[in-house]
Every structure is written in C-alpha cells, then in structure tokens.
Ligand binder design. Structure first.
Ligand code: FES
Ligand SMILES: [Fe+2]
Length: 403
C-alpha cells in the first residue's frame, strides 16, 4: 500500500520557491533554443504538490477503464496522488466516480475491488449510499433502532461525485471541475481520426478478457513515459526489432493543438496474420490508410495506440515522484476478435509483442530518471526535427504549472 503525506504548509509554497521560474520560461521557446523541464520537475517532492493540483486535478485525467468494472455494482478504489476515489458502475450501467469517503465520520468506504449488491455500505457505522451516491440508510442515527433523525437532513450528506467522462472505455475525471467540456477537449483528436475510427466504429471496441491487460511498475517519474512515447527517434536504439519492420523513416509527427496531445504515426503497420487468421477491422477506416497506425499521448497521463484491427490504452498511475505504474488495456473490433477462442493465440502474440516493446522502453525512461540527479543538467535540448512532439508536451506541462 502506498501512503501519501501531503504537508499542507508545503502546498502553498509558491512554485517560484521550488524552482527558478526562468527555467520554466525557457521551455516555451522555439525548439532550437528551448530547454526541457528542469530537474526539479522530476526529483523534488515539494514540486509534486503543484503537479497534483495544476495537472492531475485541473485537467482531464485518466483513472482507469470501464471494462475493469463491467457489471452493475462493480467497484474499485483508486488513489489519485493521495486522493481516494471509488469507481463504480450504477444500475443504469453508467460509470460514476465518487470521493472515497463516508460523509459521517470520514471513514474510507472502499479498500479493495468488490461487487456491491444494492448499496455502498460504510464498514464503520453502516451508513449506506445507493450507486448514484445518495445517502439512503443511517442505522440507529436517532438512537437504538431509530434509523431517522428529525435533526439530520440526509440529502445534504450524499457522496461527493467527481466530474467524469467515459471515452473509448477510458475513464477521465476532472477533480477540480474547471476544465473545458470533455467534448471540446476530445474534438481535435476525433476530427483527426475521422478517417480512421469514426464515432460509430468507436462503439465496436471490446476489451479482451484473456490477453487484454498487463501492468508494469517503473522506477521513474510518469512524465518520462509520455515523453518517450511522443517520439520515434529512439526506435533504432531501443527497439531494433521493431525498427526492422516499422522503420524510423516510416513515422511522422503528430501535434494536436498546443493543449491536447502529441505523438507519432507509422505508415507501415502490418496486420498480424497467421494462416487465415486475423483480427476484424474497423469498417469505416479509409482504404488508403490501412497501413497507418497512430500513437498519441493525450495529456497528461494516457497513451493510446490505434490500428485498423486493434486499439490499446496505456495509462499511467503516478505512485510517487519516481515511481509509476503502467497499465496496458487492449481492445479489438467486436467480441469475436476480442474474446473468441479461434483467435486466442493471435491475441496472445499481439499482447506479447506490445509487452516486449513496453519493456524495452523501461530502460530508456528509467535511464532518464537516473540522469536527472545530475546538478549540471539544465533540462537539455531538443532535436529541432525529431523532438517536436516531446517539446510540445514539455511546453504543455510548463504552461500548465504557470497557469
Ligand atoms: S463513518 Fe461511515 S458510517 Fe460512520
Ligand atoms: Fe519506445
């Protein structure tokens, strides 16, 4: 179990006392002269308080996927940098996210994944909430066997719900309820992808139950995973095998508005085919784009991979300044490809392929963490040609911190 200690005094420490603001200003310059984010953004525990607030609470942040709570009443706890949350599927199959705290004496309601039958019952004094968060039972509140009290207005003690949106099975939350609407937030990406996966096809994705999930724990700050994902520059060195089939030259940069996403695409995706076995394809994918695949980091903490025959969500759970849990969720087109016995071996191979790639990346992202202990490193430089999407992410972080 991870316990976060948040020192309330440090919370108010201005960022200018943690790092030199000039260093942040140096990030949002033209790429030829810009520096990357300063070391403090990867090594200073006080800095994390700013990042929690300005990035993880102010923005649309990923906390899981819907298919991990498939049935009515399925619930999971999630710790978002110290804030306890509950993810639950209500009786209308809608996914809701609540603050994981009882409105009575503040007991943490849920400690491990479970299926609630009718209500979320607090283990302390059994106050109970329905799946929409309404407080529906307050046993003995008025004394033994008296479950009501005229002096207590139940309606004021419902669970506190978090602003939530599900998109492509990904659960996004905006803790501070201050970000633009999710539809506006995702629009630039949906427009970009309208030739690949339109809204109709988005509904076809099905999570695989057998080879549809793996996780990795890495000893580095979450941002390194995003930075690394934004570029194909490291393909020949970190992924020599992948580079043989999808060469660095087959890739192009993706930069979606200054404030949303960045990544890379490939023009040489080869579908996995064994004999006459292959996965279903998205039906509205433009025929002249069958070999396109796109790898996009949607800021702050999710990386998605879209191919004509599968989709993945690689999302990050920041555990501390230098520890991150990576969650990989894999989807196919329709249930037959996602869960049918016939294609099981193919799914296994596909999952293994991506796991190998993600494992190869660990040396890169942990290596960057180690290097950040050096006092002479100033955030470094960017290749004006190869590092544009990475620079975009750095600018987004720097500007978000100064908002
Ligand atoms: S703290 Fe939850 S019922 Fe008392
Ligand atoms: Fe990589």
């Amino acid at each position: 179990m991870i316990i976060f200690f948040v020192d309330q005094n440090l919370k108010n420490l201005p960022i200018s006392e943690i790092l030199d603001i000039e260093k942040l200003n140096n990030v949002d310059k033209s790429i030829e002269v810009a520096n990357g984010l300063p070391n403090e953004c990867y090594t200073n525990a006080n800095y994390l308080d700013h990042e929690r607030e300005k990035i993880f609470f102010n923005k649309w942040t990923v906390v899981g996927v819907g298919s991990s709570i498939p049935n009515v009443g399925d619930a999971k706890p999630y710790n978002l940098l110290g804030i306890p949350l509950i993810l639950i599927r209500d009786k209308d199959m809608k996914i809701r996210v609540f603050h994981n705290v009882c409105s009575h004496r503040g007991f943490k309601l849920l400690d491990k994944a479970c299926n609630f039958k009718n209500v979320i019952r607090c283990p302390y004094h059994s106050w109970s909430y329905d799946f929409k968060g309404n407080l529906v039972a307050t046993p003995h509140i008025g004394g033994l066997n008296n479950h009501q009290s005229e002096k207590f207005d139940k309606t004021k003690s419902n669970l506190k719900e978090v602003r939530t949106k599900i998109w492509m099975d990904i659960i996004f939350v905006n803790i501070n309820s201050n970000e633009i609407s999710f539809n506006d937030y995702i629009k630039p990406l949906e427009e970009r992808w309208s030739n690949l996966i339109n809204k109709e096809d988005q509904k076809l994705i099905v999570h695989s139950n057998d080879y549809g999930y793996f996780s990795l724990e890495v000893k580095c700050n979450w941002k390194f995973a995003i930075e690394n994902y934004c570029e194909s520059y490291h393909l020949p060195t970190i992924h020599p095998e992948l580079n043989k089939v999808s060469n660095i030259n087959d890739h192009y940069h993706i930069q979606g508005l200054p404030n949303r996403f960045a990544g890379q695409g490939s023009k040489n995706y080869e579908q996995l085919i064994r004999g006459n076995k292959k996965f279903n394809s998205f039906s509205n994918w433009k025929k002249n784009k069958l070999k396109n695949s796109e790898y996009i980091a949607l800021f702050p903490n999710v990386m998605i991979g879209l191919h004509v025959d599968h989709f993945y969500v690689f999302w990050l759970e920041p555990l501390s300044m230098n520890k991150t849990k990576e969650h990989m969720q894999m989807y196919y087109v329709g249930n037959e490809s996602a869960n049918g016995e016939y294609l099981k071996e193919l799914r296994k191979e596909n999952s293994r392929f991506w796991k190998d790639v993600m494992i190869e990346d660990i040396s890169a992202i942990e290596g960057m963490q180690d290097g950040r202990s050096s006092p002479v490193y100033n955030g470094g430089n960017f290749s004006p040609v190869m590092d544009q999407p990475t620079h975009q992410f750095h600018k987004w972080v720097a500007n978000s911190l100064m908002e």
